[in-house]
Design a protein around this ligand. Structure first.
Ligand SMILES: CCCCC/C=C\C/C=C\CC/C=C/CC(=O)SCCNC(=O)CCNC(=O)[C@H](O)C(C)(C)COP(=O)(O)OP(=O)(O)OC[C@H]1O[C@@H](n2cnc3c(N)ncnc32)[C@H](O)[C@@H]1OP(=O)(O)O
Length: 243
């Protein structure tokens, strides 16, 4: 599955909806047993959630957007398919969450391709379920530091901390992902799926038990004047970077 939402594969409401529909189709087609998620945008896996869906929007739109973000995460995280991330670009915040929700992550060895939950650098916070997935992946102490400081790990550090499983030369990302897929597909589906569910369900359940409250918390938080100001400053910085 090659994500294509130029210029930066930001996860807009429309793009999230497209991804959800594609995933649903693949899940329902019993000829598919696994997917490799990668990017069609050179150098960018995904710029994460689309800031323009959260900036200057009314509460109803923010609520609709957050519901779609939850939905995509639950679908990828709990997918019955083997999900491999072939991460061929930078993947901050929501892009990192998408990567973390795969069963295995292969990252291209390019110092620009940093990965991490950098929300604090934007003056916002990672929701509890982003945090849970990071803690599950790299452990409590490493997650505590990474989240507070908004670390974006370059490939060597990403491998060392365990936020990705493998770092390979850029031209070998897809072939490595395919080899890994073959290894995972050698396991009987029912045994692998039940095991995945056993490991992941408690984390997903924490959100499933309070989805509406999570949406309300998001809307309240993102609508604050101070948070809207932070987003404005960050978006301006992105513009100025262009010169
Ligand atoms: C106490 C109670 C608490 C309750 C809490 C509840 C919930 C928690 C609340 C909020 C959580 C919200 C979670 C958010 C997670 C996220 O994913 S936020 C997004 C984080 N993403 C980033 O920081 C990446 C930003 N982008 C970049 O760094 C760069 O763009 C890039 C990806 C490195 C690419 O660089 P490049 O030079 O190639 O391109 P440009 O920078 O020129 O960008 C081109 C174009 O795209 C726009 N853009 C970039 N990223 C985004 C984005 N994420 N969303 C929207 N638009 C984006 C950029 O502005 C440019 O636009 P243009 O100038 O109009 O061309």
């Amino acid at each position: 599955m090659k994500m294509r939402n130029p210029p930066v594969n930001s996860l807009s409401l429309e793009f999230l909806t497209e991804l959800l529909i594609s995933l649903e189709k693949l899940e329902n087609d019993k000829t598919f047993r696994g997917i490799i998620i990668t990017s069609d945008c050179p150098g960018i896996f995904s710029a994460g959630l689309d800031l323009l869906e959260m900036y200057g929007r009314d509460p109803a739109h923010c609520a609709e957007y957050w519901k779609a973000v939850q939905e995509l995460w639950l679908r990828v995280y709990l997918s019955n398919l083997v999900v491999i991330g072939a991460i061929n670009g930078i993947s901050p915040a929501g892009g990192c969450l998408l990567s973390l929700s795969c069963d295995y992550r292969v990252l291209a060895n390019n110092p620009k391709y940093a990965i991490g939950l950098n929300e604090t650098l934007l003056g916002i916070i990672a929701p509890f379920w982003f945090k849970d997935v990071l803690v599950n992946t790299i452990g409590h102490r490493a997650a505590e530091r990474a989240l507070q400081l908004g670390f974006l790990f370059p490939p060597s550090d990403a491998l060392q901390v365990g936020i990705v499983d493998q770092v390979v030369p850029e031209d070998q990302v897809q072939s490595t992902a395919r080899s890994v897929m073959a290894q995972w597909l050698a396991i009987p589906d029912h045994a692998r799926q039940l095991t995945k569910n056993l490991v992941r369900k408690p984390t997903a359940d924490r959100l499933l038990q309070q989805r509406d409250a999570d949406i309300q918390n998001f809307v309240r938080f993102i609508s604050r004047d101070s948070i809207q100001k932070s987003l404005h400053v960050y978006l301006e910085k992105l513009k100025q970077k262009k010169g």
